[in-house]
Design a protein around this ligand. Structure first.
Ligand SMILES: Nc1ncnc2c1ncn2[C@@H]1O[C@H](COP(=O)(O)OP(=O)(O)OP(=O)(O)O)[C@@H](O)[C@H]1O
Length: 244
């Protein structure tokens, strides 16, 4: 039994050990170890092509590892998207992924329908999400494709929250957003996370704003984690740049 289990500490929400993966025989991740502590926000940063999105896809079961193991709340698993969703994991991939021709309301309805929630429960969950992200009400009936990048990202994350995830995987939500817009988006998500004890893995390049809402940071380089600490450890920008 590991020391952490002996002390009765919660196992990590997600953990990977010795993880390897690639595309068409080209290795992208190798020997990757990472733990995502329950109830905390871990920000994963790294240069373009370091393998951050690949890791996210592996965690949600959208890509298969070539070696190593993935553990959900201490149990080894072979992730599949439907099973991960049932286990309370939600994934918001890079890019907004809203249905552009549908109204925001319809985007939400579709998510509730795929989660097989009845009308009463659907209305309750929608109300909950609109309390967290009230600005969505301002464009509730507009077609999602006509919204700004920040508004679409808000819809995308709001839709993921409808499932009341205990683990949220967010892949570069800041892409294309001004720092202030990103901050406005993440502040209520951070508040919800602190209230509910949700665990978040946040992949970001926009380190300043992302670190402000994170408990831990990890730096990835060429498919491995090369640093793990708290945001203050990397407040020296030069030190961070050296790692990239
Ligand atoms: N579907 C794919 N087929 C082939 N190669 C891929 C595929 N997806 C990613 N790659 C390659 O794998 C490597 C890691 O990509 P990945 O998207 O995981 O990195 P990343 O750290 O998320 O980068 P970025 O910050 O640019 O999104 C890159 O060299 C990329 O070109």
């Amino acid at each position: 039994m590991s020391a952490s289990l002996q002390q009765g500490a919660a196992p990590p929400a997600l953990a990977v050990r010795g993880l390897g993966a690639g595309y068409g025989g080209r290795e992208v991740l190798s020997g990757l170890d990472l733990e995502l502590p329950q109830g905390e926000v871990l920000c994963l940063v790294g240069h373009n092509g370091a393998g951050k999105s690949t890791l996210m896809r592996l965690l949600f079961g959208l890509h298969a590892p070539s070696s190593g193991s993935i553990h959900l709340r201490g149990q080894p698993i072979t992730p599949r998207p439907d099973q991960m969703a049932r286990e309370g994991v939600a994934f918001v991939p890079e890019g907004r992924g809203v249905f552009p021709g549908l109204a925001v309301r319809e985007n939400f309805e579709l998510a509730l329908w795929s989660a097989r929630l009845d009308a009463t429960e659907g209305a309750r969950r929608t109300e909950e999400v609109l309390e967290v992200l009230p600005r969505i009400r301002e464009f509730w009936t507009r077609r999602a494709g006509t919204l700004s990048g920040g508004q679409q990202q808000m819809v995308s994350i709001g839709r993921a929250l409808l499932s009341r995830p205990s683990i949220l995987l967010l892949d570069e939500p800041s892409i294309g957003l001004a720092p202030k817009t990103f901050q406005d988006l993440m502040t209520p998500i951070r508040a919800l996370q602190q209230r509910s004890g949700m665990t978040i893995l946040l992949v970001e390049q926009n380190v300043g704003e992302a670190f402000a809402v994170s408990d831990h940071v990890a730096v990835m380089k060429s498919g491995r984690i090369i640093f793990r600490g708290v945001p203050a450890d990397l407040s020296d920008h030069a030190k961070l740049m050296e790692m990239f």
